[in-house]
Write a protein that binds this ligand. Structure first.
Ligand code: ADP
Ligand code: MG
Length: 319
């Protein structure tokens, strides 16, 4: 059984039992939304495990930074502001220099987003890091289930670098500035918190790109009960990866790679100009990559209008 099937079969029904009014959103989105003391809180947790999400030889600073960055990204997907974090760490043994460096990475990322570590848990076991995030929804939280027919689909930044980095980590090859760039994209995710807050008024649905653009957009299509068409030639491939790998691999990394932690969203096309201006003002590229239509599922059309083979771009599954 795959991760999505597991979630759909067991966890979504579990949470859809008669919910009290204060639970605005339970399982199914990037974060739960809870109404507490007149405010909406967004709550999510993300785990990174050795061999599934990172190699055993990852630098502890990078592991700390990346675990927090990836976890905060779910707040961007809700247009929420992350505030507090708890950290659960499973470790084989206690090595103080390792812990110091790991926490250095945790702190650097938290400081960037003005977030605070407020607790956690430490246990003995295979190396794994869980980061729970609590954020405040200053705006209406943006869900995955509300894309509308005739909306446009856009994505922030560029895609494919994180997956490309994995290929170079595998190879253990000598470094140059281009490889450093992709490794930084993998190790130091930059969740789009500020951008998502600016876009909140205009987005109809949103998700962050953790498992791969095709797969993550599939969540919006599925939950919104719409068809989404993406145009291959419009996908913003990270230009640096085109210097490192061939174009065919690059497009696959951009569509299926994951770990880019950009925000993909839908919006009413009447706001196109507003959205372009927000991107310009924050100096973050925003690229329109597709459309929302009647129907179900996602397809990616090539320059001749032919759908590209889905089996190539399925994305990351944790199992
Ligand atoms: P993301 O990629 O944004 O972290 P996932 O695709 O991993 O989100 O999870 C989808 C949804 O399934 C989330 O809303 C999450 O809360 C829910 N979910 C996943 N695993 C569990 C679990 N073990 N218990 C309860 N809910 C879960
Ligand atoms: Mg997410």
């Amino acid at each position: 059984m795959k991760e999505k099937e597991l979630i759909d079969k067991f966890f979504i029904p579990f949470y859809n039992l008669d919910l009290p009014n204060d639970i605005k959103k339970a399982a199914g989105d990037d974060a739960a939304v809870l109404s507490v003391g007149g405010k909406n809180l967004a709550v999510s947790v993300d785990t990174m495990s050795k061999d599934t999400h990172f190699y055993a030889d990852i630098a502890p600073y990078d592991l700390g930074f990346r675990s927090v960055g990836a976890a905060l990204s779910d707040m961007a997907a809700m247009s929420a502001t992350p505030k507090y974090v708890t950290l659960s760490l499973s470790l084989q043994r206690i090595e103080t220099p390792w812990i110091e460096k790991f926490l250095g990475g945790v702190k650097a990322c938290l400081d960037e987003f003005d977030c605070h570590l407020v607790g956690g848990d430490t246990v003995k076991g295979s190396l794994s890091v869980s980061v729970q995030v609590i954020g405040i929804c200053e705006f209406k939280p943006i869900y995955r289930n509300s894309a509308e027919e005739n909306d446009l689909v856009a994505v922030s930044g560029s895609l494919g670098a994180a997956k490309t980095a994995l290929q170079f980590l595998d190879k253990n090859s000598s470094k140059n500035a281009d490889i450093d760039h992709v490794l930084a994209r993998y190790h130091r995710p930059s969740p789009r918190i500020a951008l998502a807050k600016e876009l909140a008024k205009y987005m109809t649905s949103a998700i962050d790109i953790s498992d791969g653009l095709f797969s993550d957009i599939g969540q919006i299509a599925c939950q919104s009960m719409k068809q989404i068409t993406l145009f291959k030639q419009d996908i913003p491939i990270d230009p640096i990866i085109l210097k490192l790998i061939n174009e065919k691999e690059a497009i696959l990394n951009a569509l299926a790679g994951g770990d880019d932690y950009e925000v993909a969203f839908t919006f009413n096309r009447k706001y196109s100009k507003k959205i372009a201006n927000i991107g310009k003002s924050l100096n973050i590229p925003i690229t329109v990559i597709g459309t929302v239509e009647k129907g179900r599922g996602v397809r990616v059309l090539d320059e001749r209008g032919v759908p590209i083979d889905e089996s190539l771009i399925k994305g990351f599954d944790h199992f």
